[in-house]
Design a protein around this ligand. Structure first.
Ligand SMILES: [Zn+2]
Length: 412
C-alpha cells in the first residue's frame, strides 16, 4: 500500500516509512490526514481483516491526530484570552488524555511527546500554542505534585516510559500469559531476566522494554518489583522522579476559598517568581528597572509586595481588616505565621484568600501602570480586595463554619 502513488505518509512518519504500530491486540494506523491516503489505509486493513478473520472493535477505535488536534484546541482557547485557571485545566486535560490512554498502551515517539510538552509549556506561559517567551518556573518543577510546589502536571515522556515498565514487572513477577511465554521462548530463553541484555537484532519495542528494566533496576530490586500485586504507573513514576522537598505553602496557595484566578499568581509570588519591573527591564520590555508605582529601585523580588510603600500600605490595611498582627517582610513567612497562628481554620482560610487577592491586585495594578500609566489609590485597592474576598467567600462558604466564625465574617 505504501508504494501506491496515492498514498502519503503521516508527516511525522515519512522518514521511517511508518504506516502502523502494533502491540498485543492494539493497532495504530497512520497516514496523511486526507481522503485518498485514509481510504487506502482502510482498504489495506480490510484485506488484512478478511484474510486473518480479525476485526476492529469500533467502540475502541478512534482517529487520533495527537499534536495537531491539541494545537487546534489550544488555538481556539488562546483566542478567548483564557485565565490561568482555564489554561491549567486545559493542559491537565490534554496531558491526562495522553497519559490515560495512548501513553499506557504504546511507546509514543519521543519527538511527539516533546512537541506536546513544548506546546503545553508555551500555552502556560504565553496563552499561545507557540511562543519563545521565557517561563518563570521550569517545566520540571511545574510537573511536580502540588504538595511539592508544582502545578500537578505530569511529565509525558517519563510517564510514557514508566508505563512500559508494566512489561518488565509482568516478566519479573512471572505473570501467566502467552506473551510472557513467548518472550521467554524467543528472547530470554533460560537466562535470568534481571541480568538479561537484548541482542542487537532484537525488535525496537523489545529493546525499549529492556532499557526500561535498566532504569527500574536503579530504584527497585527484582524481588521488590515482583512483589507488587499489580503495576501502578503512578507509584513507579513517583519513585523514578525521586523524592522532592516538601513545601508547606500548598494549602495556602490552592486554598478552596481563594478566588481561582488568584491562585496561579499567588503560586508565583510565594516562590518569588512574579515578573518584576527589573525583570521586564532586563528583557528590554520596560525602559526602567524601578518600581513603576513608587519609583524606587526594585533590587530584588521582595519589592513588589513588602518593600514597596504602595503595596505594603495596602497589605497592612488589609491585615488590620482581618485582625492579623504578625509583621513579616515576606509573603511565605506571613502565610506561615497565619498557618501556625491561634485562630480557627475558617479565619485562616479567609486570611489566605485575602493575601492571594492582595497579591493579585497589586500585581495587576502594576501591570496596569506599565500599560496604561495609571493605578488605583491605596483606598480603592483595599476596598476592591475586601469586596472580592467577601463576594467569593459568600459563594463557597463551608457548611461547618461555627456560629462564632460566621458572626465574625458578617462584621467584615
Ligand atoms: Zn514600589
Amino acid at each position: 500500500m505504501s508504494e501506491l502513488s496515492h498514498f502519503q505518509f503521516h508527516p511525522r512518519c515519512k522518514e521511517l516509512k511508518l504506516t502502523h504500530l502494533c502491540f498485543a491486540d492494539d493497532l495504530i494506523l497512520c497516514s496523511k490526514g486526507e481522503f485518498p491516503s485514509v481510504y487506502l489505509l482502510l482498504q489495506a486493513f480490510k484485506l488484512f481483516s478478511n484474510s486473518s478473520g480479525l476485526l476492529a472493535n469500533k467502540q475502541k477505535s478512534a482517529i487520533y491526530c495527537c499534536v495537531d488536534k491539541m494545537v487546534a484546541r489550544i488555538k481556539v482557547w488562546s483566542s478567548r484570552n483564557p485565565s490561568y485557571t482555564a489554561i491549567m485545566q486545559l493542559i491537565n486535560s490534554v496531558l491526562m488524555s495522553i497519559h490515560m490512554y495512548w501513553a499506557q498502551v504504546f511507546i509514543l515517539p519521543k519527538k511527539v511527546l516533546q512537541e506536546v510538552t513544548k506546546v503545553c509549556r508555551a500555552f502556560l506561559w504565553s496563552g499561545q500554542a507557540y511562543s519563545q517567551k521565557n517561563s518563570n518556573i521550569s517545566w520540571e518543577s511545574s510537573c511536580c505534585d502540588k504538595k511539592q510546589g508544582g502545578l500537578g502536571f505530569r511529565d509525558v515522556v517519563k510517564w510514557n516510559i514508566t508505563s512500559i515498565g508494566k512489561y518488565v514487572w509482568a516478566i519479573a513477577s512471572k505473570q501467566d500469559n502467552v506473551w510472557i511465554k513467548w518472550v521467554h521462548a524467543v528472547y530470554i530463553k533460560d537466562g535470568d531476566w534481571w541480568e538479561y541484555k537484548p541482542v542487537a537484532s532484537a525488535s525496537w519495542y523489545w529493546k525499549k522494554i529492556c532499557a526500561m528494566k535498566e532504569r527500574l533496576k536503579l530504584v527497585y530490586t527484582q524481588t521488590k518489583l515482583a512483589a507488587m500485586p499489580h503495576y501502578s504507573v503512578k507509584t513507579v513514576y513517583e519513585k523514578i522522579i525521586g523524592p522532592k522537598p516538601v513545601i508547606r505553602w500548598d494549602n495556602m496557595v490552592w486554598n478552596r476559598l481563594n478566588i481561582p484566578k488568584h491562585r496561579f499568581v499567588c503560586w508565583l509570588a510565594v516562590q518569588d517568581r512574579l515578573q518584576t519591573t527589573a525583570k521586564l527591564a532586563r528583557f528590554g520590555v520596560s525602559n526602567t528597572a524601578n518600581c513603576l508605582i513608587c519609583g524606587q529601585a526594585d533590587k530584588d523580588h521582595k519589592h513588589p509586595l513588602f518593600a514597596c510603600p504602595y503595596s505594603s500600605r495596602c497589605i497592612s490595611a488589609l491585615k488590620t481588616w482581618l485582625g492579623i498582627t504578625y509583621s513579616t517582610g515576606n509573603l511565605k513567612q506571613l502565610m506561615r505565621c497565619i498557618a501556625h497562628g491561634r485562630m480557627s481554620k475558617f479565619r485562616k482560610q479567609v486570611s489566605f484568600a485575602m493575601l492571594a487577592a492582595a497579591v493579585y491586585d497589586v500585581w495587576s495594578s502594576r501591570n496596569g501602570c506599565f500599560w496604561n500609566a495609571s493605578f488605583p489609590t491605596v483606598q480603592n485597592m483595599v476596598a476592591r480586595v475586601k469586596q472580592n474576598v467577601r463576594d467569593r467567600i459568600l459563594v463557597v462558604l463551608p457548611k461547618n463554619v461555627t456560629r462564632r466564625d460566621s458572626l465574625w465574617f458578617a462584621t467584615l
